[in-house]
Write a protein that binds this ligand. Structure first.
Ligand SMILES: CC(=O)N[C@H]1[C@H]([C@H](O)[C@H](O)CO)O[C@](OP(=O)(O)OC[C@H]2O[C@@H](n3ccc(N)nc3=O)[C@H](O)[C@@H]2O)(C(=O)O)C[C@@H]1O
Ligand SMILES: CO[C@@H]1[C@H](O)[C@@H](O)[C@H](O[C@H]2[C@H](O)[C@@H](NC(C)=O)[C@H](OCc3ccccc3)O[C@@H]2CO)O[C@@H]1CO
Length: 389
C-alpha cells in the first residue's frame, strides 16, 4: 500500500503543473505512454530534474528527436554498406569474425581480363631446377628478366632455392590481402580483419610492431629489395614469413649471396645502404620471378621495357605485389593503397612515419598512372579495397 502511494506520488510529481488535478492521470499517461522502467524514467525525467525551466513535453521532444537521430544514423550506415558493396571501386567492409567467401579460380579469371593472354605456368619464385635446364634464356635484363645476371643468380639459387610452401600450396581457395604502406591504414582498426586472410603480403620495411590494431601482425610474404630490407626482420616478421627479394640490379643478387654465405659485403652500387648483417634463415628467402615485374610494367602501366633514360620508370612494389597476388591467389583484397592528391602535398604517405610525396621524386614511379590501374582493377572486381581509394 505504501509502495502504491509512493509511486502515485512519483507520477503526480512528474506531471506538468498545467494539468488540472482531475485529469492528471490521463495527462501523465498520454505523455509517456508505453514507456516503462528506465525508459520511462528517462523520458519523464527523474524527480530531481523536473525543473520549471525544462517542461516534460520539451524533454519528451528531445527524447523523440534522439530516436529520430539514431534512426537516421542507422539508415545512413545501411546506405553506406549497400553502396560500398554495390560499387566495386569504393571501399569494402570486412565482416569481423567471418571468413570471406572464396571462389576458386576467380582471381585467375580476372587476371586474364587484365593481362590478356598471359602464362599461368610461370613459377612464382626462381628455383635452380627451373633455371638450370632453361630452354629459352630470359629476353630482358633486370628488373624484367635475368639476362646477363645468370651466373650471379645461379650462385644465389645454389644457396636458397625453394618453392611455394605446402601450407599455401595445399589451400583449396587462397584468400590474400596485399597491405600497402599508405597513411590511410592509420586508425583503420583493420588489424583483426587483415590477420584473417590466408596470405598476408607486406612490403619493404613496413612495421607491424606497435601498429597491430591497424595493420595486423600476420605476414605470410614480404616483398623487399636490399635497400628496403628491415634491419631487424625478426622483430617485424613471423618465424615462417617468406622474405621475397625483388631484384632490380645485379648487385641485389650479390648482396643476398654475401649475406647468406657470409662473404665479404660489397657496399658500393646501392642507392641506400642495405643491411650488412641480416639475421634470417636461408629457408625463408625467395627470389621473385621477374616475370611479374614485366607483367605489371607492360600490362598494367604500358611502360616500355627498354628505357634509355637516366631515371627509369618502374612499377611500385605494391603494384608488383598485387600482380603477384592475382597469380597466386583466388581472392585478392588490398588495403593501404593510394597517395595524397596535389592539394594535400604535406600529408604523410606512410602509416608509420612522416614523409611526403617529395621523397619520391627520384623513384621512377608514376603514382597517377598506378592509381588508374588500381581503379580499373577495382572496377572490374579483380580486387577489393579495405581502405578508401
Ligand atoms: C624514397 C623512396 O625511394 N621511397 C620508395 C619506398 C622505399 O624504397 C621503401 O619504403 C624503403 O623501405 O618504396 C616504395 O614504396 P613504399 O615502401 O613507400 O610503399 C610500399 C607500397 O605501398 C603502396 N603505397 C604506399 C604509400 C601510399 N601512400 N600509397 C601506396 O599505394 C605503393 O604501392 C608502394 O609500392 C616501393 O618500393 O614501391 C616506393 C617509394 O618511392
Ligand atoms: C621499386 O623501386 C624501388 C623504390 O621504390 C624506388 O624509389 C627506388 O628508386 C631509386 C632508383 O632505383 C635509383 N636508381 C639507380 C640507377 O640506382 C635512384 O638512384 C639515384 C638516382 C637519382 C637520379 C638519377 C639516377 C640515379 O634512387 C632511387 C630512389 O631515390 O628503386 C627501388 C628499387 O631499387
Amino acid at each position: 500500500m505504501e509502495e502504491a502511494d509512493e509511486s502515485r506520488e512519483e507520477i503526480s510529481a512528474q506531471m506538468p503543473s498545467s494539468c488540472p488535478n482531475r485529469v492528471r492521470r490521463k495527462c501523465s499517461l498520454s505523455g509517456t505512454a508505453g514507456l516503462t522502467g528506465r525508459e520511462g524514467q528517462v523520458a519523464r525525467g527523474s524527480r530531481d530534474d523536473s525543473s520549471p525551466q525544462e517542461p516534460w513535453h520539451l524533454r519528451n521532444m528531445i527524447s523523440k528527436s534522439r530516436w529520430k537521430l539514431l534512426a537516421t544514423l542507422a539508415l545512413v550506415l545501411a546506405v553506406m554498406v549497400w553502396y560500398s558493396i554495390s560499387r566495386e571501386d569504393s571501399f569494402y567492409f570486412p565482416i569481423p569474425g567471418k571468413k570471406e567467401p572464396c571462389l576458386q579460380g576467380e582471381a585467375e579469371r580476372m587476371a586474364s581480363k587484365l593481362f590478356g593472354n598471359y602464362s599461368r605456368e610461370q613459377p612464382v619464385f626462381l628455383q635452380l631446377k627451373d633455371y638450370f635446364w632453361v630452354k629459352t634464356p630470359s629476353a630482358y635484363e633486370l628488373p624484367y628478366g635475368t639476362k646477363g645476371s645468370e651466373d650471379l643468380l645461379l650462385r644465389v639459387l645454389a644457396i636458397t632455392s625453394y618453392s611455394v610452401p605446402e601450407s599455401i600450396q595445399s589451400l583449396k581457395c587462397r584468400r590474400c590481402v596485399v597491405v600497402g604502406n599508405g597513411h590511410r591504414l592509420r586508425n583503420s582498426s583493420l588489424g583483426e580483419a587483415i590477420n584473417k586472410y590466408d596470405v598476408v603480403i607486406r612490403l619493404n620495411s613496413a612495421p607491424v610492431a606497435g601498429y597491430e590494431r591497424d595493420v595486423g601482425s600476420k605476414t605470410t610474404l614480404r616483398l623487399f629489395y636490399p635497400e628496403s630490407a628491415h634491419f631487424n626482420p625478426k622483430v617485424e616478421d613471423n618465424p615462417d614469413t617468406l622474405l621475397v627479394m625483388v631484384a632490380f640490379k645485379a648487385m641485389d643478387f650479390h648482396w643476398i649471396e654475401s649475406i647468406l654465405s657470409d662473404k665479404k659485403r660489397v657496399q658500393k652500387g646501392f642507392w641506400k645502404q642495405p643491411p650488412l648483417i641480416w639475421d634470417v634463415n636461408p629457408k625463408q628467402i625467395r627470389i621473385l620471378n621477374p616475370f611479374f615485374m614485366e607483367i605489371a610494367a607492360d600490362k598494367l602501366l604500358s611502360l616500355p621495357i627498354q628505357q634509355p633514360y637516366k631515371i627509369k620508370q618502374k612499377p611500385t612494389t605494391g603494384l608488383l605485389a598485387i600482380t603477384l597476388a592475382l597469380h597466386l591467389c583466388d581472392l585478392v583484397h588490398i588495403a593501404g593503397f593510394g597517395y595524397p592528391d596535389a592539394h594535400h602535398k604535406r600529408q604523410s604517405i606512410h602509416y608509420y612515419e612522416y614523409i611526403t610525396l617529395k621523397s619520391m621524386v627520384w623513384s621512377g614511379h608514376n603514382v597517377s598512372q598506378e592509381a588508374l590501374a588500381i581503379k580499373r582493377m577495382l572496377e572490374i572486381g579483380a580486387v577489393k579495397n579495405l581502405t578508401y581509394f
